[in-house]
Write a protein that binds this ligand. Structure first.
Ligand SMILES: NC(=O)c1ccc[n+]([C@@H]2O[C@H](COP(=O)([O-])OP(=O)(O)OC[C@H]3O[C@@H](n4cnc5c(N)ncnc54)[C@H](OP(=O)(O)O)[C@@H]3O)[C@@H](O)[C@H]2O)c1
Length: 324
């Protein structure tokens, strides 16, 4: 990989790859058929494929399973990787609940470090603002953890521009993590320009729209009742078929470029102005290997234009999903 594939994280000295591995699917909560062996091999394959950036959270797994897997698979390669985790969301009776009080964030950070088998993470996010806790309290707790050296930088996920500004006034902010992909581009209105202006890296989730934009799901795909994706409108009815028509347009462009749909989609995403890195969830080594091939090259101006045409024909954005 060339050094140009590495991007600065906010105003820090940390450098991350444009493609990152999202470590939610390996935790086994909403995904099916993922074995522990698959997860460990997928993590190792990510590093072997040139990815240095791993995104997890306390709540990825009912009991921190994702963090434990990262510690086990990549502990020996700790100095080669950048680990981001998040606090402020936990599970209660298999339902997600928020608690971003200072005491909870500090306790969760210590627990995350222990599961990851490290004395610091590189990036610690507030997973989402907690309406029951003043944002200033959560930001103050993360500033304390930064000052204590338990994290090298701080981020905020799932926040409005007003919340970003309020948080940044209290704690140096290096990263913002919203959802963003070809079909969900709301952040281009306010958060993305604010981050560019304030030197905050935008690290996006769902670049493949939960696998839809990977171009492998057949039109007659039947989602298992336990597959977390089944609940999202983007996988149902007319919206599902409109999305698949769009994927077919992308496939034509990708095939002519000698790329897969996932490679094309990811390359487009990480070269959008202001986007630092795309978090790609993967369950198997071959998926993360393909996703890593989304970096290290550039779409031509003509290909970008063709994609813009397909986006115009696809029309309005698809519906919003839930926070994980
Ligand atoms: N901050 C937040 O609130 C928040 C919220 C959501 C996600 N995230 C982060 O963002 C990451 C990405 O989100 P995500 O994992 O939910 O969804 P995603 O990256 O949009 O999609 C992941 C799924 O797509 C499929 N896939 C991935 N690569 C593929 C390939 N090359 N070919 C075919 N299928 C492929 C796999 O599912 P199948 O094999 O089953 O099709 C995989 O589980 C998460 O892992 C997490 O780190 C953060």
């Amino acid at each position: 990989m060339t050094p140009t594939d590495l991007r600065p994280l906010g105003k820090t000295a940390i450098r991350v790859t444009g493609i990152a591995m999202g470590c939610w699917p390996i935790a086994g909560v909403s995904s099916l058929g993922v074995t522990e062996a698959d997860s460990l091999r997928t993590l190792e394959q990510a590093v072997d494929s040139g990815i240095n950036f791993f995104d997890t959270a306390y709540c990825y797994g009912y009991d921190g399973e994702s963090e434990r897997l990262i510690g086990r698979a990549l502990g020996k390669r700790r100095d080669q990787i950048v680990i981001a985790t998040k606090g402020g969301i936990h599970w209660e009776n298999r339902k997600q609940a928020r608690d971003a009080s200072a005491a909870t964030l500090k306790r969760e950070c210590d627990e995350s470090l222990s599961r990851l088998g490290t004395d610091h993470v590189d990036l610690l996010y507030l997973h989402a603002p907690d309406p029951k806790v003043p944002l200033a309290e959560s930001a103050g707790a993360l500033k304390d953890l930064l000052d204590a050296g338990k994290t090298r930088s701080v981020g905020l996920s799932n926040a409005s521009v007003e919340q970003l500004a309020e948080f940044a006034a209290i704690c140096p902010l290096s990263a913002f993590q919203p959802h963003y992909n070809m079909l969900q581009r709301e952040i281009e209105q306010a958060q993305l320009p604010w981050c560019v202006e304030n030197g905050v890296s935008v690290i996006v989730y769902w670049p493949l729209l939960k696998g839809l934009l990977a171009g492998k799901l057949p039109r007659d795909h039947v989602f298992d009742d336990r597959d977390g994706r089944k609940k999202y409108p983007m996988f149902q009815g007319a919206e599902w078929f409109r999305n698949l028509d769009f994927v077919e347009e992308l496939r034509e462009i990708a095939t002519r470029a000698g790329r897969t749909v996932a490679e094309l989609v990811l390359n487009w995403t990480i070269h959008q102005p202001g986007i630092c890195s795309a978090l790609c969830g993967a369950k198997r080594p071959e998926q993360i290997q393909e996703n890593a091939r989304g970096m290290g090259w550039r779409l031509t101006a003509a290909q970008i234009e063709e994609i813009a045409g397909a986006l115009i024909r696809r029309g309005a954005s698809v519906s919003r999903g839930a926070v994980t």
